[in-house]
Design a protein around this ligand. Sequence first.
Ligand code: HEM
Length: 403
Amino acid sequence: MTNHSNSQEADLFTHAFNQNPYPAFHSLQQHAPVHRTLMPDGHYAWIVTRYEDVVTVLKDQRFIKDFTVFLDEESRAQAHQSIFSRNMLFADPPDHKRLRGLVQQAFTPRMIEELRGRITEIANELIDDMQDRSQIDLIDDFAFPLPIIVICEMLGVPSEDRDKFRTWSNTLVEASNDPEKAEKVQQHMQEFTAYLQEWMTSRQENPQDDMISKLIQAEESGDRLSEQELYGVVSLLIIAGHETTVNLISNGMYALMTHPEQMRKLQEQPGLLRPAIEEMLRFEGPVEFSTDRWASETVELQGQTIHRGEHVLVALDAANRDPEAFEDPDVFDITRGRSKHLAFGKGMHFCLGAPLARVEAEVSLQALLERFPDLQLSTDASNLEWRPGILMRGLTELPVRLK
Ligand code: HEM
């Protein structure tokens, strides 16, 4: 088995990779499907790129989320001080079920369907604001604010503070693997915690009909959620609400605008909207790599030995373009039909917000295409920049001409 530790194709931290990761993903799938690579902070991680292997890792409970089990007691306690460490995404059974169970009831497809009317109103308000302009940034003016307003309203957080959330959450996601930005991460984390503390205290004193008040009551009435876990789940929802759906709407619109024949097809056959969104999730998935996994014991995968305590990252966007799993994987085709893409992950950490993200995308695309049938990119696609960092895949700006 070849293992190109220092080869060109495995350099995931370059501008060229950010701009177009797919040639490197295909090369890894072919030559080094389970590949040990050096991360910017100097430690090694295994990168898994083939569809079948990605599914295996996500479903195999020997790959765990809580890395603190490998630490001594003191370091463990220190790691648990971060508000972002105590949430379902970084928990294993049995904690995972308890942490996910409480919020799950607010995210069922039926509950989310009930929000469709309000989400449509928000989309129309944002579109009304852009109506008289000929050019906009589809991210700043639409794709970013929409999911934020929705999650803030669900939780009961003032959506006016969304710029602050954006700064904090962008730092956490883009800089978390970058040792040079550790100080900034620390500072933004502290600001975020202080904000949440202050605001949740006010909800404790004055409960409302929102998710936060319900979670606080659950915490107060029993031992299902500790205070630390309460911060954990709220910050996770704010971050998940910020960093993902924005990329689905903008990557999806970008794919349509750069494939005008697919755009036309969708405009002629609006019934293709749902399959089109699934194809957008597959073709340019918002979450490029899953969050960290750690081997709890020695595991063999594709002839490689992953030892206990070693770090594993699965590339969802690579799996979604694996030629073994999808015919002509690099072709954007909204008529593919039922899709087995992994954009929302797999297994017990499968995205809790998937029904919400799907409704937000449906409402957004429908409203944008109806109101601006001639919408197109206002710059050459090669001028666009993709955001740094390997966790998320999204554009920094999407300048669009409306008419
Ligand atoms: C988990 C993708 C939107 C909440 C995940 C995971 C993925 C994902 C891949 C699993 C990560 C892993 O296994 O390491 C996406 C995509 C979205 C989206 C592509 C939009 C298109 C949302 C939204 C919310 C949300 C809008 C809620 C506001 C969550 C939560 C988890 C999660 C709470 C953790 C589930 C668990 O650990 O059990 N998401 N997500 N997501 N997502 Fe999403």
